[in-house]
Design a binder for this molecule. Structure first.
Ligand SMILES: N[C@@H](CCC(=O)N[C@@H](CS)C(=O)NCC(=O)O)C(=O)O
Length: 368
């Protein structure tokens, strides 16, 4: 039978100090110990600077070579929870590169590193993408694949990663470089070469949006969730929500960020928005508002979700598992909350009431 003298904490304090401690001392000892353990785990999960601000490590394989990649045997590695990998899946689908660039879908292992296994995620829809085995190299983990390259590898084994199968080499592991390559570097082999998500007249605008969205929104949600001091969190959360307020205003009179044409900047914003109420609002403490409270941003997200082939790239179960069950220091019990009603696939698939969004330009149908 369990009594207050035999609970696990009392047992642990007896083990550590040889006696049970008075309740106040016990509480403060447990707090101090937990706080030190939390900081240690956080420093491994998310490197920070001395002020506690999250500092994202840079990717090691950037700017793919100028080598003509249309005659190379390429393979894409992604993970469904990852917003950076999600960008590459969307652009690959919109450009019709599915046959030319096959994909293998890794799932997070218990320690958060990527591994390949047959899917255990229930199928919500027959088309939706699910985790797979490694179809490019037959490896069990992503780390093994990075290590197949000549010279090996001792950096972070991140997704997305584009792999040259014949040369056994990493082509690129930086998501923005991969989507630029998919958009304009493989038109010889793309089924939809006419779609340009970064047309020259919009390049400057796209860059300007990226400079705002990357630090404040895409990486901004991580800066909130991985902050290791109150000051670091406060500045990240203020920058995040002032940027979302500004974008919501902008989308009151523009269908997409750069007007009537979908661009790479929209793809980058979308993959953070689709995870916002599912994950970031709760787990990363992005609590000032839910995305559903932003009528224009929510309608815009729904609009992009309904572009043919985009919904199949959004596996909500895999997204939620990938964050709630893996980021142990943020959610030690690993309990996954229920999907908020405004984010369920059946709600996002409903016809959009464009009038209620008061978006004049949204009356146009999308021409991809
Ligand atoms: N800058 C990279 C970031 C990629 C990234 O951080 N991927 C995460 C998943 S969301 C990852 O694979 N992490 C594994 C690790 O750090 O070991 C990009 O945009 O491609």
């Amino acid at each position: 039978m369990s009594t207050s003298n035999s609970n696990p904490i009392t047992t642990l304090t007896k083990l550590l100090w040889g006696r049970s401690l008075p309740p106040q001392l016990l509480i403060s000892t447990v707090r101090t110990t937990w706080s030190a353990a939390w900081q240690l785990m956080m420093s491994q999960l998310a490197p920070s600077d001395p002020t506690g601000r999250y500092t994202r490590p840079t990717s090691q394989f950037k700017n793919p070579t100028t080598l003509n990649l249309s005659n190379q045997n390429l393979h894409l590695y992604i993970g469904l929870p990852c917003p950076w990998a999600h960008r590459t899946l969307i652009v690959r689908a919109l450009k019709g590169l599915e046959e030319f660039v096959p994909v293998s879908i890794a799932a997070p292992g218990i320690d958060g590193s990527w591994e390949f296994r047959d899917s255990t995620v229930p199928l919500l829809d027959k088309d939706i993408l699910v985790p797979s085995l490694d179809k490019g190299n037959g490896c069990k983990t992503l780390k093994e694949i990075y290590n197949l390259r000549r010279g090996g590898y001792n950096g972070r084994s991140t997704v997305p990663m584009l792999w040259n199968v014949d040369k056994k080499e990493v082509v690129c592991n930086e998501s923005y470089d991969i989507i630029e390559l998919f958009n304009s570097g493989l038109n010889d082999v793309a089924r939809n070469p006419g779609l340009d998500l970064s047309p020259p007249p919009l390049k400057k605008k796209i860059d300007e949006w990226n400079q705002i969205i990357y630090p404040n929104v895409n990486n901004g949600v991580y800066r909130c969730g991985f902050a290791q001091s109150q000051e670091a969190y406060d500045s990240a959360v203020n920058e995040l929500f002032s940027t979302l307020d500004m974008i919501d205003d902008h989308l009151g009179s523009n269908r997409y960020l750069c007007g009537d044409a979908l661009t790479l900047a929209d793809v980058c914003l979308f993959t953070t928005l689709i995870r916002f109420d599912l994950v970031y609002n709760v787990l990363f403490k992005c609590t000032k508002k839910k995305l559903i409270e932003y009528p224009n941003l929510h309608g815009y997200m729904q609009d992009i979700y309904q572009i043919p082939k985009v919904a199949a790239t959004c596996n909500f179960e895999a997204i939620m598992d990938g964050y709630y069950k893996i980021l142990f220091p943020l959610n030690p019990g690993s309990i996954r909350p229920v999907i908020p009603s405004g984010c369920a696939p059946e709600v996002l698939s409903k016809p959009i009431n464009r009038e209620s969004l008061s978006l004049t330009s949204k009356n146009k149908t999308l021409s991809l």
